[in-house]
Design a protein around this ligand. Structure first.
Ligand SMILES: [Fe+2]
Length: 316
């Protein structure tokens, strides 16, 4: 029996596709049946004791999105908390936050149009073109609209688990070419009012901006499988034509829209969210106008994505 089968064999209320874990050190309130929880009873300005940290990590693994309210952190406190999840990494394309080259910002001024932020108006994972795409994002709100500007999430484990056996078998053997090589040149061709705000310089080499990853991603510890094929930075499936690839990825992208895979979080000033970037999709919702929205974040480096063929063979 695999680790994931053992997890499913537990009894109790199901949430995010698995039995609800128990927590003693923190209060955990699920946001929807699909993913996400709010955690209270923790002050992230202080170093965390081992037992509290273990429970936060358990909540993160289970819910994929963890939300803390009223966390008025300095950038250094933000980075210190982020490092519990892994090493902080830079991104080639996302604008940095002030003098902090290891932090990024998502900023839309009140007078600016929706397209100015590098936040896609569709579900995506961040920077899948890197060899080791981000494990998670740690984001905190400095300034948010009174209403609107939420972030929505879609659980990619559940998307995969609801596919037919035939589609699972097809996708299990597929690989995706992801590329971030041409985002600057494409942006320059757009009229000024339609351009994204991108980072102007970075130290990544050209060949680091394109990689091949499995279409179905496997959790390195539990072996649970999730869809890892979405349209952002997507070039094609390996061995498929562009037209064939586009038809299939558009269908897969449409599945992420189903509400029963989602949760949605309303930001308030000093809300801090950690979300998984491996087994979960996200998107900002720009349903506001004439108000400022300013979020700052760190990005944690993930493992090289594992595919189904990388799983150890059972009974061998
Ligand atoms: Fe994003």
């Amino acid at each position: 029996m695999s680790t994931i089968d053992e997890l499913r064999a537990g009894t109790g209320t199901l949430v995010a596709g698995l039995p609800m874990p128990t927590f003693r050190r923190i209060q955990v309130e699920p946001i929807s049946g699909a993913c996400g929880c709010e955690i209270s009873g923790v002050d992230l300005r202080e170093p965390l004791d081992d037992a509290t940290l273990q429970e936060i990590m358990k909540a993160f693994e289970h819910f994929l999105v963890i939300v803390f309210r009223d966390q008025n952190l300095t950038p250094e406190q933000h980075k210190a908390f982020s490092r519990y999840f892994g090493p902080i990494t830079e991104l080639p394309q996302a604008p940095t936050y002030g003098e902090h080259s290891d932090m990024q910002e998502v900023r839309r001024e009140a007078h600016e149009p929706e397209n100015v932020v590098p936040s896609f108006e569709h579900f995506h994972t961040d920077s899948p073109f890197l060899e080791r795409p981000p494990l998670c994002i740690v984001m905190r709100a400095l300034d948010v609209p009174k209403y609107g500007g939420d972030t929505a999430f879609s659980n990619a484990y559940l998307i995969y688990e609801h596919l037919s056996d035939g589609m699972k078998e097809l996708l299990d053997g597929l690989q995706v070419v992801y590329s971030g090589k041409d985002i600057w040149s494409r942006n320059e061709k757009l009229p000024p009012e339609k351009r994204l705000r991108l980072r102007e310089s970075h130290s990544f080499r050209e060949e680091e901006l394109e990689n091949i990853h499995p279409a179905v991603r496997v959790h390195p510890v539990t072996g649970r499988k999730a869809l890892f094929a979405t349209t952002a930075y997507f070039k094609r499936f390996v061995g498929w034509s562009e037209a064939e690839s586009r038809a299939l990825v558009n269908y897969l992208q449409s599945l992420a829209q189903h509400l029963h895979y989602h949760c949605r979080v309303k930001w308030k000033k000093d809300t801090l969210i950690v979300w998984d970037n491996r087994f979960l999709l996200h998107r900002g919702i720009h349903d506001f106008k004439y108000e400022r929205r300013h979020l700052i974040r760190t990005t944690i480096m993930g493992e090289r994505p594992l595919g189904v063929k990388d799983l150890p063979l059972k009974n061998s």
